[in-house]
Design a protein around this ligand. Structure first.
Ligand code: NDP
Length: 264
């Protein structure tokens, strides 16, 4: 596949695991120069090592950074600019979901969830925007969830925050369009990743394999395609939206849910 992003500079937040890591892999395979971040230094270093083994000589920069720390994000942007001299693509991917109902979500939990979902996008977008404005083909892709349109009561805070993020993506798309920056998102159903592996470890019965546990989960959730997504599947949608192939698309989203979306 030629996404026409060769030599472009891409930043992927949360690039050390799951969907972010798959996106970095795909971008490096397409010849892009990539900067990624994550909080856990060991996980980030392992991901970097694996990527450099798979893509010897790749232009890859791995920087420990918490997207909720605005100073750390500003420093990340400076480091990327020093190394690559600009940025063409920003993928706001870092984050995780919160399982809780209205009854058991405290004020503190609400604040944490709203902070993660909003400022996890706001800080990197603000820090990288001046660099994106200098690009001829600038775009931002936000990794969002189908919960934005189809809330689940057991993920009440995540669902509400995701709806807000979908709205924010539209506002940014309109505000940034005159500067030539496109802003889009993907809406995920359930995709195999670190998050689901952690839930499997916490919830699986004695001796129950990942394959059996995840197949049962897909059946319980009535996913029409009958399985969880693979990280490479959202990665392709992210790279497409970020690429010049989607040059006339902004303020839009792609559904990657295996048919889980019930709305028309
Ligand atoms: P993973 O747990 O596999 O990966 C999450 C990545 O984000 C890791 O690299 C993690 O590294 C990083 N991260 C988390 N918080 C921060 C932070 N504050 N600052 C910087 N990096 C951070 O999960 P997924 O690949 O599944 O998740 C990717 C995105 O997709 C998330 O936003 C998630 O909410 C969203 N999503 C995923 C779904 C799924 O089914 N997988 C469904 C709906 C949405 P570290 O912990 O070291 O910081």
């Amino acid at each position: 596949m030629d996404y026409r992003i060769q030599d472009k500079v891409a930043v992927v937040t949360g690039g050390s695991s799951g969907i972010g890591l798959a996106t970095v892999e795909l971008m490096l395979g397409e010849g892009a120069r990539v900067a990624m971040c994550g909080r856990d230094r060991d996980r980030l270093a392992r991901a970097e090592e694996g990527l450099l083994t798979a893509f010897p000589g790749a232009e890859l920069l791995a920087v420990p950074c918490d997207v909720l720390d605005p100073d750390a994000v500003s420093t990340f942007a400076e480091v990327v600019n020093t190394r690559f001299g600009g940025v063409d693509i920003l993928v706001n991917n870092a984050g995780q979901g919160r399982v809780s109902t209205f009854a058991d979500t405290t004020d503190e939990a609400w604040r944490q969830e709203l902070e993660l979902k909003f400022f996890g996008v706001i800080h990197p977008t603000r820090a990288f925007r001046p660099l994106l404005e200098r690009s001829e083909q600038a775009s931002v892709v936000c990794v969002n969830s189908l919960l934005a349109l189809q809330p689940e009561p057991h993920m009440v805070a995540t669902s509400a925050a995701r709806a807000g993020l979908l709205n924010l993506v539209h506002s940014m798309a309109i505000e940034f369009a005159p500067a030539g920056i496109r802003v889009n998102s993907i809406l995920l159903g359930m995709v195999e990743s670190g998050q689901w592996r952690r839930r499997y470890q916490a919830q699986a019965g004695e001796g129950e394999s990942w394959q059996t546990w995840s197949a049962n989960l897909a059946r319980e959730k009535h996913i029409p395609l009958g399985r969880l997504g693979r990280p490479s599947e959202p990665a392709h949608a992210i790279v497409f939206l970020a690429s010049p192939l989607a040059a006339y698309t902004t303020g839009s989203h792609i559904d990657i849910s295996g048919g889980l979306a019930r709305h028309v």
